[in-house]
Design a binder for this molecule. Structure first.
Ligand code: 5AD
Ligand code: SF4
Length: 465
């Protein structure tokens, strides 16, 4: 496999570009410019955007929250479903009048959608006011791209692939309490419906020492919740092999002194081991929450999806998790209406959710993605029919979720106070990510507290213990 890892290498060359942009910026705009980053899609993208914001700040931009008032607009895009792409094209069209008003406005598009050559071509032709299009492998080169626009009046299109791990990119985190920590990039699984392996490249893990250093720094900076990110965190440490697998990585992060909670996503059932479940049980800082997408309850469809497990194996895994952690919160992703799926197949998805009783589900109607094997499979069921199945699934899950959440009444749960409510209430999240509302002084913001749950009114209601 052609994974290459550059150690601690936010390239010096990019730092030089960043410094050059910094010294040109005020002259170019005639004032101190602002930058706006709009993120679409998953947490990986949110995390990538935090590094993009870090680089923009280093170049001299002040970050702002609205496209209208900014001098640099970047869309970090998602390609996982067609709907996400349609939204980007719509929003891109709306930028035309901003560019007319401010000809110095720089517009950049990056992320999974931009990585597709056909999309980059379309932007090149149909959106001449877009200055920069770059793919997922080269985000660290943003300073160079901005330099080329400002100093050389160039349009930049850069989609090259390298499958590298680049360390040391500056980061500007959105929150001060809960933070993302990417532990790996890319995916090797090639589920037949999924575009991710094509646009994010081959799976590659970060060096555990870099991850641990970043986690230690986050704890030092006051973060109370760290979410480890990867398309398939269970295969962390396979490529390249640093001798640390995901279970061991969890244990090492858990050993960092401090009061904080560890989450992780996403897990693939085929790589989820009892060793990992043991580590989850043993590590007191690891939230007892497992997001384990099963996608479909029918073995025929799982095979067609190239998921490489059966529903029986999935259920055995769930049993193993519940045995070790009886109060574990389980969540999952489901696709409804994969090509060839019949109503009987779909009914097996319903059966599976009734058996597992998930806290929450992320449900999607199948969306054909270009160049994926599923996109050319026979798909006779109409969108309308799929919509009906989808609604049936939602209705079933709604019942389960309500029954599930009310089981907490009478229990005392540890929550992180992470938001202010109204009328003297604070809001917090449990280990299982349920929201709890309770009366408390605002000074508890950012702390872990124990709350005894005494009711449910759309959210759990509790009393400070
Ligand atoms: N259509 C619908 N849903 C999809 N997902 C990934 N690709 C597709 C697609 N082509 C869903 C899967 C995955 C989640 C992140 O998005 O459920 O787990
Ligand atoms: Fe896509 Fe499957 Fe990889 Fe998840 S594991 S990113 S669904 S190919």
């Amino acid at each position: 496999m052609n994974t290459q890892v550059l150690e601690n290498t936010y390239p010096a060359e990019q730092e030089q570009y960043s410094n050059r942009v910094n010294s040109l910026l005020c002259e170019y705009y005639g004032y101190s410019p602002k930058a706006f980053v709009q993120t679409y899609g998953c947490q990986q993208n949110v995390s990538d955007s935090e590094r993009i914001k870090g680089m923009l700040k280093n170049m001299g931009y002040t970050l702002c929250e609205s496209a209208d008032e900014s001098d640099f607009i970047l869309f970090n895009t998602c390609a996982v479903r067609a709907h996400a792409e349609d939204r980007v094209f719509g929003n891109l069209g709306a930028l035309k009048h901003l560019k007319r008003r401010n000809p110095k406005l720089i517009i950049a598009i990056c992320g999974c959608m931009a990585q597709q050559e056909s999309v980059a071509e379309r932007i090149k032709k149909s959106f001449p006011y877009v200055n920069i299009v770059f793919g997922t492998h080269v985000k660290h080169r943003l300073p160079e791209f901005v330099y080329k626009v400002i100093a050389q009046s160039k349009r930049v299109f850069e989609l090259s692939e390298n499958n590298l791990v680049i360390e040391g990119i500056p980061v500007h985190r959105d929150g001060d309490l809960k933070g993302w920590l990417p532990i790996m990039h890319g995916c090797n699984n090639f589920c037949t419906y999924c575009i991710v392996p094509y646009v994010r490249g081959r799976e590659r893990s970060r060096d555990p020492e870099h991850i641990l250093a970043e986690a230690r720094q986050m704890v030092k900076d006051g973060f109370k919740e760290i979410t480890l990110l990867g398309q398939n965190v269970n295969s962390y440490g396979k490529e390249p092999n640093y001798g640390v697998n995901f279970a061991e990585l969890l244990r090492r992060i858990n050993d960092i002194p401090g009061d904080f909670r560890i989450r992780f996503m996403t897990s693939h059932p085929k790589d989820c081991t009892t060793e990992l479940l043991d580590a989850m049980r043993d590590c007191e800082k690891v939230a007892k929450h497992l997001h384990l997408p099963f996608q479909c309850g029918s073995d025929k469809i799982l095979k067609a999806m190239n998921r490489r497990y059966t529903s029986k194996e999935y259920l055995a895994l769930i049993d193993a998790a519940k045995q070790r952690m009886p109060d574990i919160s389980l969540t999952s992703d489901i696709i409804v209406g994969f090509p060839g799926e019949t109503y009987e197949d779909f009914k097996q998805t319903i059966e599976l959710i009734k058996q597992v009783r998930f806290m929450a589900l992320f449900t999607f109607i199948y969306s054909p993605r270009p160049n994926t094997p599923a996109a050319i499979m026979d798909d006779p069921i109409s969108r309308q029919e799929k919509g009906k199945w989808f609604n049936e699934l939602l209705a079933e899950q709604e019942k389960i979720a309500e029954q599930n959440i009310t089981r907490f009444i009478g229990k005392t749960l540890k929550v992180i106070c992470d938001d202010y409510g109204t009328d003297g209430y604070m809001l917090g999240h449990t280990d299982g990510n349920a929201i709890v509302k309770f009366k408390a002084d605002r000074s508890v913001y950012g702390q872990f507290v124990n709350v005894t749950i005494n009711g449910f009114e759309g959210t759990l209601i509790g009393k400070l213990k």
